[in-house]
Design a protein around this ligand. Structure first.
Ligand code: ADP
Length: 292
């Protein structure tokens, strides 16, 4: 699948992208991560991008487009990809469309993650990431706990750091830039029939479920979703003759149970000295059956 995740800073694009990567087996391509890596390497691209990033402005299109064109040509992107933080303005969206046309890999879906602006600021102020593995946490909503507190790269506790552009002044500018430059992409993709909008507030797992639904990706459904099935069956109630048959089956089942219980009791009496533990096990199983 070729997916674009749209949303303001702090809307959870990165967190949800990581979950899609695990479940769909396609790479997350985050222009923010690529740019931060370039800055950390001290490359020419990083040097040119740093000033805009520190101020919360968009990095020049030519730099971002060159970087993304190169990344999308890498072999792992042939199976699909999740674009996180790109495109971020109309010029980038048009350029992406042309690039994917030339690669014969059109987008399958664009999902907009909707979050209230006060919640965005709250989330960004609590955001931390591991300096070693890059995993993103939130001190308020998803701190590193239990088995997740250990960094898979170092085997020690995650070393949590805050992004330099997650300070209050830069965040305000990033949100302004989002409204001015990125929000128009919602209409751009709606007009192309690609847009899905989901509520990205609330429980992170719940947002993942909404995202899966929007992408029509059954592979993303978690066990909890499967557990909801009885409710859906109830909605189709008229087509359930099986229920009517139950009273007829009951007496037969009970008498069969009584017969087999008597038989088991006989068998147990004769076999008890040899069976020990397994006799206890079978009595537990019977208890379960009786309760049904
Ligand atoms: P967030 O979505 O939380 O703002 P990102 O990691 O996506 O964070 O981006 C961090 C910064 O990197 C942005 O504020 C911007 O300066 C730069 N950046 C990322 N993606 C783009 C892009 N597609 N075009 C221009 N600048 C970008």
């Amino acid at each position: 699948m070729r997916i674009v995740l749209l949303g303001a800073p702090g809307s959870g694009k990165g967190t949800q992208s990581q979950r899609l990567v695990e479940r769909l087996g396609i790479p997350q391509i985050s222009t923010g991560d690529l740019l931060r890596a370039a800055v950390a390497r001290g490359s020419e691209l990083g040097r040119q991008a740093k000033e805009a990033m520190d101020a919360g402005r968009l990095v020049e299109d030519s730099l971002v487009l060159g970087m993304i064109a190169e990344r999308l040509r890498e072999p792992d992107a042939r199976r699909g990809f999740i674009l996180d933080g790109f495109p971020r303005n109309l010029a980038q969206a048009h350029a992406l469309e042309r690039l994917l046309e030339s690669l014969k890999q059109p987008l399958d879906a664009v999902v907009q993650l909707e979050v209230d602006s006060r919640e965005l600021v709250r989330r960004i102020s609590g955001r931390r990431s591991c300096a070693d593995c890059g995993r993103v946490f939130n001190l308020l909503t998803s701190p590193p706990l239990g088995a997740g507190a250990v960094c898979p790269k170092t085997g020690a506790a995650h070393r949590l750091v805050q992004r330099p552009d997650d300070n209050e002044a830069t965040v305000t500018e990033r949100l302004r830039v989002y409204d001015e430059k990125t929000r128009p992409l919602i209409e751009f993709y709606r007009a192309r029939g690609l847009l899905q909008v989901i509520d990205a507030e609330g429980d992170v797992d719940e947002v993942t479920r909404r995202l899966a639904q929007a992408l029509h990706a059954p592979a993303l459904r978690t066990p909890r979703r499967v557990a909801k099935r009885p409710a859906r069956r109830a909605a189709r109630a008229p087509a359930r003759p099986a229920r009517k048959k139950q009273p007829k089956r009951k007496p037969a089942t009970r008498s069969a149970r009584a017969r087999s219980a008597a038989q088991r009791s006989r068998t147990r009496r004769s076999a008890a000295p040899r069976r020990g533990k397994s006799a206890r096990g079978s009595s537990r199983t019977r208890g379960t059956r009786r309760r049904r």
